[in-house]
Write a protein that binds this ligand. Structure first.
Ligand SMILES: Cc1cc2nc3c(=O)[nH]c(=O)nc-3n(C[C@H](O)[C@H](O)[C@H](O)COP(=O)(O)O)c2cc1C
Length: 333
C-alpha cells in the first residue's frame, strides 16, 4: 500500500500543483477528488484542461497498479467544467484495487520512477520506433500526433517563449504563475510543490525580478537578452510534436489526459524525456499562430483541437521536482 501510494505520488501535474486527493473508502476502494485551489484558473481554457490533469492521473495510477502487480478498475464521474471554479475538492472518479491480483512489472516500475519533465537542452531526438509507437497510441485513440519539421520546430519554440513572456504581462496569469513559482532552494524544500527555478533551468533571482517587473520584457536590449537566456536550453536536437483531438466535452479532455500519460510512459521507457509547451495552447495569439504554422485551418472543439505540444528526446537527467508527502497530502481523511 505504502509503495503504491509513493509511486502514485510521482504523477505529473500542471505547475506541479498536485491537485489530486484520494479517499480510501474500503480495503480495495478509493474515491478520487480534484482540489480546485490547486488547479489552474486564470485562463478560461484552464478549466477544461483540469480534466486533462484528471485523465493523466487516472492513467498514471493504473500504470502504478500494473507495475506493482495490482488489478485496477475505475469509473469516471466527471463533474461539469463550471463546477471547477472556486475552492474545495470535487469527486471525479472511483476505483478498485485488486491487491496483488496480477504479476509485478519491474520494468514498468523503473519507467515510472524515471519519468520526468526535462527543460534541459536535448542532445538527441526520439528514435523512429518511439515516434511510431507514440503516433500509434494517438491514432488508436482517434487522436492525431504529428511531428514538426526542423524549421517549424524553431518557430514553435520561439512561439512558446513569446507566449510565456506575453502571459507575464497579463495580471491574473502573472499572479497565478507567481503563486506557483519557487524562487529559492529554501522555498522549494519548504513548500514541496510548484515550479522550482532549478527545474525550470532558470536563475531564481532573475526569475523573481522578471515576474515582479514584467515591464522589463519590453525594455530594448534587456528584452533581447532575456529572450536569449530563456531560449538557451531550447535550441537543441529534440523533436517537437503536437496532438489534435476532440475537445468538446469534459470526457474528451479526460481522454486526452489518459493518452498523454500513455505517450509519456513510452517516452520514459525509451529513456527519453519530454517538455510540454502548454502556454502555446492557452495563449490565444500563440495558439492561432501555431495553427497557421502547421497549416491547420479547420480546428474545432468537436472534432479536432490543438491539445498538446511538446519537445521530446534525450537530455541529461533533469533536476527532480519535489512532491508533498503522500501521507500529508495525497491521502485525505
Ligand atoms: C497536463 C500537463 C501540462 C503541462 N504543461 C507544462 C508546460 O506548459 N510547461 C512546462 O514546463 N511543464 C509543463 N508540465 C510539466 C509539469 O510542470 C511537471 O509535470 C511537474 O512540474 C512535475 O514535474 P515532473 O514531470 O518532472 O515530475 C505539464 C504537465 C502536465 C501533466
Amino acid at each position: 500500500m505504502q509503495e503504491f501510494l509513493e509511486l502514485i505520488n510521482r504523477y505529473p501535474s500542471p505547475h506541479n500543483g498536485q491537485p489530486i486527493r484520494l479517499k480510501q473508502t474500503s480495503n480495495e476502494a478509493f474515491e478520487l477528488y480534484f482540489d480546485k485551489s490547486r488547479g489552474l484558473q486564470a485562463a478560461d481554457i484552464s478549466f477544461i484542461f483540469s480534466f486533462v490533469s484528471m485523465g493523466v492521473f487516472v492513467e498514471h495510477m493504473r500504470l502504478c497498479a500494473q507495475a506493482l502487480g495490482h488489478g485496477f478498475i475505475y469509473t469516471s464521474l466527471l463533474p461539469s467544467e463550471k463546477e471547477l471554479h472556486g475552492n474545495g475538492t470535487i469527486l471525479f472518479a472511483r476505483c478498485r484495487v485488486d491487491w496483488n491480483g496480477a504479476k509485478k512489472d519491474m520494468r514498468l516500475q523503473q519507467t515510472l520512477r524515471f519519468r520526468q519533465t526535462s527543460r534541459k537542452k536535448y542532445y538527441e531526438g526520439p528514435s523512429v520506433e518511439l515516434v511510431d509507437c507514440i503516433q500509434r497510441i494517438a491514432s488508436d485513440n482517434r487522436m492525431r500526433l504529428s511531428e514538426l519539421d526542423a524549421a517549424q520546430a524553431v518557430q514553435a519554440i520561439w512561439l512558446n517563449q513569446r507566449a510565456v513572456f506575453d502571459d507575464l504581462r497579463d495580471e491574473p496569469l502573472r499572479r497565478e504563475l507567481d503563486h506557483w513559482l519557487r524562487y529559492t532552494q529554501a522555498e522549494k524544500q519548504h513548500k514541496k510543490d510548484g515550479l522550482a527555478y532549478d527545474c525550470m533551468e532558470l536563475n531564481g533571482r532573475f526569475m523573481k525580478y522578471t515576474v515582479d517587473h514584467p515591464g522589463i520584457l519590453r525594455a530594448p536590449g534587456i528584452s533581447q537578452f532575456l529572450k536569449q537566456y530563456y531560449l538557451r536550453t531550447m535550441k537543441d536536437a529534440s523533436s517537437v510534436f503536437y496532438m489534435m483531438a476532440p475537445f468538446g466535452s469534459e470526457q474528451n479532455a479526460f481522454d486526452v489526459g489518459m493518452v498523454i500519460m500513455k505517450i509519456w510512459k513510452e517516452v520514459a521507457e525509451a529513456g527519453d524525456y519530454l517538455h510540454p509547451f502548454g502556454t502555446i495552447m492557452s495563449n490565444h495569439a500563440a495558439h492561432g499562430d501555431f495553427l497557421r504554422l502547421i497549416g491547420e485551418d479547420h480546428e474545432s472543439r468537436e472534432r479536432s483541437y490543438l491539445v498538446f505540444i511538446f519537445r521530446c528526446g534525450k537530455s541529461k537527467p533533469p533536476i527532480p521536482s519535489l512532491r508533498l508527502p503522500y501521507t500529508e497530502h495525497l491521502i485525505m481523511e
